[in-house]
Design a protein around this ligand. Structure first.
Ligand code: HEM
Length: 503
């Protein structure tokens, strides 16, 4: 009997299966040389159970990094990911080695490929992203578009919020979800007015439906979509969350297209009213039919502004109101400062900001604690790159854990405590006590709407505290005002509150 025959005589089906399973387990653990370490992986699915089972990914990532260090790797089916934790590692990647981490996963993550592709602002890369970002950044900074200043637009929108709040029944508490919807309409209207020069009634059916869909989109844990790990599942899961997200993106795109088409009918190159006009002017004047300035690219860029700008800022404001309700003594302090500096005879203005250190401290502490965007949009490496001593191959998806920066006890003593005073120095001025504060990320891919978000947030909050008092119903059990659950954004728990107009 030959050796082969002898071996085959021992190989019955169970033995082959055992060997196959051992083989698959060993293959699952294989990593390139000097690749970041990471938790043990299951065959085929890798670390998908960790990601799919997490209520809040950023917290889970922070827990894993305590064992494996600031840079660790995960494998989600066919997708390799590196997670970067803590200020130093994120700074090294997105600032010191920014050019190597500047890409986005339009070709690597299934959902992005299917829903968006290589277009627009958030998930695009290369020259078309760069040209677009430059143009929109200038438009957002100057707000030269249109006749009204940004401040006026925001304060007018505050007035619209007040009309809704004043019409609410006084005798019973309102649900936070209704407050959030009003804030979302207001924030979204500001983007609409900057981009289309128009705003919508909060009761407009198309607008309401769109905002509800957008909120659903942001509640999804996009990294855990099974189709990202196994694209073939799209044939088996036709009504999955991923498909729903794609439908929502298409609905927003159709809405924006409709607005752009309407706009073209009244376009006058000598009267630039908003971002769409600016776009039409640039693409028309310079005959720049490059990828960045095509019609589709403009539509996608506006969808991105609309999506990224609406949910994040309105959620932050809803979180802020929850803190006011949970910490009445802080609310009293904020109101006192606003009365001393502004009084109640005029509307707040951006010029008041430097004179309101406690308001600034409250806003910063709230952003630190709630981490509305707790992990960044995924970046992609442009080449093989070394990070914290590990080697990450070209076109690997890398995400930074912002939560880990804001919850680092070395930077923020008792990080789980909400203490606006940590942002006030001995002279009673607002100051930044640590460099480890990155709510908008950093480097060339940092949030494009940071300035707008900060202005909106300041004016909304100051105006609301000036005009109203927010309180919990007597005896109500208030939720803990810290994020426990996150999709793309961290969602505040539902709560009930009274909103009383101040005398
Ligand atoms: C509280 C409010 C906001 C927070 C916390 C926030 C946070 C972020 C974060 C963390 C990123 C990812 C950066 C990265 O991948 O490294 C981002 C990207 C982005 N944000 Fe915001 N954002 C906010 C509001 C806004 C607003 C109001 C707009 C638009 C008007 C906006 C537009 C964008 C865009 C376009 C990007 C993609 C930038 C690029 O890839 O080049 N964001 N934001």
């Amino acid at each position: 009997m030959s050796i082969t025959q002898l071996l085959l005589s021992y190989l019955d089906v169970p033995t082959v299966l055992v060997f196959l399973i051992i083989f698959l387990f060993l293959v699952a653990q294989r990593k390139p040389h000097r690749y970041p370490p990471g938790p043990w992986r299951w065959p085929l699915i890798g670390n998908l159970p960790i990601v799919a089972g997490a209520k809040m990914l950023a917290k889970e990532f922070m827990r894993i990094s305590q064992k494996y260090g600031p840079v660790f790797s995960l494998r989600l089916g066919v997708l390799n990911m590196v997670i970067i934790n803590g200020y130093d590692a994120i700074h090294e990647a997105f600032s010191e080695k920014a050019e190597l981490f500047i890409g986005r996963p339009h070709d690597v993550i299934y959902f992005v490929k299917k829903a968006i592709g290589k277009k627009g602002l958030i998930l695009n890369e290369g020259p078309s992203w760069y040209d677009l970002r430059k143009m929109i950044a200038v438009a957002l900074r100057d707000f030269g578009v249109g006749k009204k200043t940004l401040e006026e637009r925001i304060l007018d929108e505050c007035q619209a919020i007040f009309e809704v709040l004043d019409s609410l029944p006084k005798a019973q508490p309102i649900q936070s979800v209704n407050l959030k919807r009003t804030l979302m309409s207001a924030v979204s209207n500001i983007i609409c007015s900057i981009t289309f020069g128009d705003r919508f009634q909060y009761t407009d059916k198309q607008f309401v439906k769109l905002l509800d869909s957008l909120a659903r989109f942001f509640r999804t844990n996009a990294l855990a979509l099974p189709e990202n790990a196994f694209p073939i599942l799209r044939f088996i899961l036709p009504s999955s969350q991923g498909e729903d997200m794609i439908r929502i993106q298409n609905d927003i795109r159709d809405f924006v297209r409709e607005q752009v088409e309407k706009h073209k009918e009244t376009f006058d190159p000598d009267n630039i009213r908003d971002i769409v006009d600016l776009y039409l002017q640039v693409s028309d004047n310079e005959k720049r039919q490059t990828k960045a300035f095509s019609n589709e690219s403009m539509v996608r860029a506006i969808v991105d502004l609309f999506s990224a700008g609406t949910e994040t800022t309105s959620l932050s404001t809803t979180w802020a109101i929850l803190f006011l309700v949970c910490y009445p003594e802080i609310q009293r302090e904020l109101h006192k400062e606003i009365m001393q500096v502004i009084g109640n005879g005029r509307r707040p203005s951006l010029q008041d900001k430097p004179h309101l250190p406690y308001v600034q401290a409250f806003i910063s502490e709230m952003m630190r604690v709630v981490n509305v965007a707790s992990i960044t949009v995924p970046h992609v490496t442009q080449d093989k790159v070394e990070l914290c001593g590990y080697v990450i191959p070209k076109r690997t998806v890398c995400t930074a854990n912002i939560y880990s920066v804001h919850m680092d006890p070395k930077e923020w003593p008792q990080p789980e405590e909400f203490r606006p005073e940590r942002w006030i120095n001995k002279a009673g001025e607002f100051y930044k006590p640590s460099k480890a504060f990155l709510p908008f990320s950093l480097g060339p891919r940092a949030c494009l709407g940071e300035q707008l978000a900060r202005i909106e947030f300041f004016l909304f909050l100051t105006s609301m505290i000036q005009q109203y008092e927010f309180s919990a119903p007597i005896g109500a059990k208030l939720p803990r005002p810290f994020p426990e659950r996150a999709g793309i954004t961290t969602t505040p728990p539902d709560y009930e509150l009274y909103i009383k107009k101040r005398e």
